[in-house]
Write a new protein. Sequence first.
Lengths: 307, 307, 271, 271
Amino acid sequence: MTQPNLSVDIAGITLRNPVMTASGTFGYGSEFAPYLDLEKIGAIITKGLSLKPKAGNPTPRIVETPGGMLNAIGLQNVGIDTFIGEKVPYLRKISTPVIVNLYGNSLEEYGELAGRLDGIAEVAGIEVNISCPNVKQGGIVFGTDPKAAFEVVDLVRRNTGKPMIVKLSPNVTDVVVMAKSCVDAGADALSLINTLTGMAIDLKSRRPILANITGGLSGPAIKPVALRMVWQVARAVTVPVIGIGGIMTAVDALEFILAGATAVQIGTANFLDPSAAETIAAGIETYLVENGIADIRELIGALKTDR
Amino acid sequence: MTQPNLSVDIAGITLRNPVMTASGTFGYGSEFAPYLDLEKIGAIITKGLSLKPKAGNPTPRIVETPGGMLNAIGLQNVGIDTFIGEKVPYLRKISTPVIVNLYGNSLEEYGELAGRLDGIAEVAGIEVNISCPNVKQGGIVFGTDPKAAFEVVDLVRRNTGKPMIVKLSPNVTDVVVMAKSCVDAGADALSLINTLTGMAIDLKSRRPILANITGGLSGPAIKPVALRMVWQVARAVTVPVIGIGGIMTAVDALEFILAGATAVQIGTANFLDPSAAETIAAGIETYLVENGIADIRELIGALKTDR
Amino acid sequence: MQFKSMVLSNVEVSPSYFRMRMTAPPTIGVSCPGQFVMVKVNPAIDPLLRRPFGVFDLGTFETEFTDCGRQTYLEILYKVVGKGTAMLSTLHQGDHLDILGPLGKGFTLGDPAGEKLLVGGGVGLAPLYYLAKELVKESRVHLFAGGRNKEDILCITEFDRLGVETYVATDDGTLGAQGLVTEVLEQHLSRAGANATIYACGPTPMLKAVAFLADKYGIACQVSLEGYMACGVGACLGCVVQGKDHSEATPDYRCVCKDGPVFDQTDLLWS
Amino acid sequence: MQFKSMVLSNVEVSPSYFRMRMTAPPTIGVSCPGQFVMVKVNPAIDPLLRRPFGVFDLGTFETEFTDCGRQTYLEILYKVVGKGTAMLSTLHQGDHLDILGPLGKGFTLGDPAGEKLLVGGGVGLAPLYYLAKELVKESRVHLFAGGRNKEDILCITEFDRLGVETYVATDDGTLGAQGLVTEVLEQHLSRAGANATIYACGPTPMLKAVAFLADKYGIACQVSLEGYMACGVGACLGCVVQGKDHSEATPDYRCVCKDGPVFDQTDLLWS
Ligand SMILES: Cc1cc2nc3c(=O)[nH]c(=O)nc-3n(C[C@H](O)[C@H](O)[C@H](O)COP(=O)(O)OP(=O)(O)OC[C@H]3O[C@@H](n4cnc5c(N)ncnc54)[C@H](O)[C@@H]3O)c2cc1C
Ligand SMILES: Cc1cc2nc3c(=O)[nH]c(=O)nc-3n(C[C@H](O)[C@H](O)[C@H](O)COP(=O)(O)OP(=O)(O)OC[C@H]3O[C@@H](n4cnc5c(N)ncnc54)[C@H](O)[C@@H]3O)c2cc1C
Ligand SMILES: Cc1cc2nc3c(=O)[nH]c(=O)nc-3n(C[C@H](O)[C@H](O)[C@H](O)COP(=O)(O)O)c2cc1C
Ligand SMILES: Cc1cc2nc3c(=O)[nH]c(=O)nc-3n(C[C@H](O)[C@H](O)[C@H](O)COP(=O)(O)O)c2cc1C
Ligand code: FES
Ligand code: FES
């Protein structure tokens, strides 16, 4: 059999295979270069970027939980200026598309940031993280209110010509409502899920383990929730969906693809195995070969739900 | 040191210790009698009861997931008539309070069922499961809409003089809003969390593993989410809160109590160790003794969140 | 009952099939062959749930390590199919397991005068060995063992040694007759007495075919089913199968774990 | 690098302290003492994250099992404190582990002429052994080992054998001087040369006290820190500590995993 096609298109970005790395779990890519071949993965999504450098939360920032982990990094990042000065030159050296995950603490910050990134050729696209509190509006999270989400996405849309992925929060009653709102506002693709809000307590000290009290749950534990949401959203929208949440193996990734994901992102798995993204991409290829599937696109949304 | 006090009061029901068994995971109690002493646990919550017998979903109904399991039993149960005829006589033999978990597929069913249970002396209290679709209203789940939840709880309140616990769904944007709505409608106590909606896929057959496609996620995987929600709700309401979700050990139970739970429920753990509830109750006692704590109530909500 | 057990041996009897012997308390009461145990493979949460396995054998042996000079053991015969069984297969003598059981309702031995026809597909053989051990005491016992190839045909010499007459069929003919085990069974059924009983365990399609034959020849038939289980004690309602009177309006679900795993085939709805 | 390793030995050297030797590829490049490895205790998801351990020793031994007749090994010295280390302690020779490392920036050996003062609290001793091995080649090395009681004082004879002068202090006086190791250190500092260097690893309060003494006596001091880690390679930002110029407005967070674990004490904000 000839080589199967693994390439997919997300919002106009061509990926050599559907395996991307999730924001905040892969640094700016260079950290992982000693462990895998960055040219063998579909895309790199960089750590959440903001306009100004952000200190992030005090420590402890991470804690292991059953089958998962909580993080409350607090979106620490270098800010757009340092990003342009120090990170972009490295990204120029790799041919794999680099997608910049961004966030703001106000509507205006989102808009301005998107505008500044629009001019940078090395940025193949942007992923808008809307799981952030709107500091100006009493801290309500953009991504949990369809109207607030619409406003953010709409503003970003007007400030960028780049392919725009919107990353959805799972901490909502109806993820489909949120998804539709973002698509209506101009999202070219949706990625989900971000982390579930959780908490861990230390009995001895009688304190929350995380300095921030609550944090975001990721890892295998959340996979069933992520799979369900991806399935719900993929059936409800026409833009491509990117599946994220607890993907550890090629089998996990293929399950998300069956559920309707055009691509997947690998997050926590990078910590357990820094070559995970490459291994998973290779595993998908092997699966296609062994099952005589000529094109990965045959599997997207191919889940059979009749009985 | 003298024996510590483990007894707590939930909505007027006195529990000898704060460890209850969660609905749907402990049958009607008798199934577990060979493995533990039912007189050593705080309360038994029976399988979700409906007015008419309910067939439940086709199989497969359960599947293991990373650190958890999905179930889509479909609330199979014998219905109120058989419950009264066949189950109540057994319950009469044990002194541990028995709380009946109930649900309806319409507002009216909830009301009628509550009314019928009101007259049964063996029933110490009721736990209203609002994580059910309102069949008459296009299937929207009562427990995900504050108004629908208010209506259900309000109606049940008017049909019962028994202590009433309302069991909250975690599949919502803001669990505090739901909690307040239920308290406003007359809930004497709140229990949380019910299962998170999830999904599992079999790559080989390209089908969902559960016949029902989606199911409810329980077990250690969900503990961080449950702990966070219990903490949020306990700070926001004045009625007692019962913590549920992935509790496997006495340490887990104590963490929920620190977060604000007056009692806890043991669910999935019963499957791994049928004596789990008794073991956990004993473990809590040991902890109190070893730490010189005279009364479990000293720990309720004792989490320190200042830094 | 629930007990801590120690692995005594864990041997690969055929590629990916293992036979594990472990300690059991002397008070372990297996009320009848066909019951099963739920094994917690390790104390961690991965895998989370217990795994069900039929009782392959039960007995005692002499030892100097107990006061009474004897030790009770339990054996299971299992196939590595996924995570839990893969982990089981790596255990060594001296490793510990947590066991729940014996559970469920097993086989009814019935009238000793009748011929006993055991039908096992692949690892479905597991509960039939302990059954055969009981049956041979008073009855004439035949075993029909089927599989895809010779590697799926397990422990035949052990059955031989009990005095059981064995018949083998494999899909590829690498052992015994080529074809389905039900074909070999049918040849035998056509001349079996009316008081014969079939005892079958194996994949569902095989059980269906066996039940069909039992009906056709009017011969009593008990089948041992599998079902995805969480609790093993009839509480979670995860493992149910439809009883003969089942309908949506008047549900008749039976728990494989508590009402079974062994059922009279006429009590089930074979859809 | 990331490699599969086989356990060669795993010995309890003191109650709840273990020393594990495992295979490593010959190309494993430890650039300097003080680096660490991230160990995946088992391939399951419980525990999920890798666990960080300092490199206690590294070397080769003769063996007939490799072509070149030698095998590289790596040693860690660890204390059982939770789930991951408890599981590690049950591993036997022949068991497999997945290792990431060596990672991070270790100790700077500096001017050989200066006296080298190693300060270890409890299992904080771990990275100091490999450091001492390197330092003794050219320098005079002292070790100050502290703990709650004599069982926390590890591998002192190994340091002795290297020619290191060892001083011990325990809280309860069951070994060495009674009191804090920093008290013993201070006695020595008062007569140490200005070109001496302190190398410290242990609990944070001890490191703080050591850094305070280093300032007081104007002596260079490198400290090895701990931090909760997920990635180990500087990507997750979980393990950070505040650098000397840190403020909310101009954040100066350093990754323990990548910028450390060893820092010059003057580069850190000791709040
Ligand atoms: C009453 C009963 C008796 C059994 N006796 C035996 C026996 O003697 N020997 C033997 O080899 N097997 C037996 N099985 C099947 C055995 O339980 C499964 O092969 C085993 O649980 C697979 O676990 P795994 O982790 O390797 O597979 P995975 O596929 O990783 O398991 C995932 C989940 O599915 C469940 N599962 C997978 N396959 C089955 C199955 N066929 N039946 C029920 N649950 C399943 C597992 O228990 C687990 O919860 C029996 C099953 C039942 C219900
Ligand atoms: C750079 C570095 C080097 C270390 N070197 C050694 C060594 O040589 N010998 C040794 O015994 N210990 C060392 N530690 C500490 C060791 O990593 C922890 O004791 C170990 O991770 C505890 O795992 P556990 O599963 O037993 O404990 P648990 O408490 O169950 O672990 C839960 C989580 O907390 C983390 N954690 C717990 N304690 C610590 C800690 N002190 N530091 C960092 N993370 C922690 C674990 O990694 C895990 O993610 C080192 C830590 C770091 C950061
Ligand atoms: C340490 C850490 C940091 C993260 N930082 C970000 C971030 O900056 N922006 C973002 O959109 N998501 C962030 N995430 C969420 C991940 O991108 C991903 O959505 C989530 O972890 C679920 O996937 P997983 O289960 O594969 O890890 C972070 C996750 C982790 C664990
Ligand atoms: C098999 C199964 C059946 C359940 N049935 C019910 C039910 O009938 N009514 C209900 O309110 N909750 C039901 N639940 C939810 C549990 O009571 C509990 O809220 C949930 O499992 C989380 O707790 P755990 O993680 O300890 O299992 C069921 C859970 C399981 C696993
Ligand atoms: S396994 Fe729970 S009812 Fe059968
Ligand atoms: S452990 Fe991830 S940045 Fe240090």
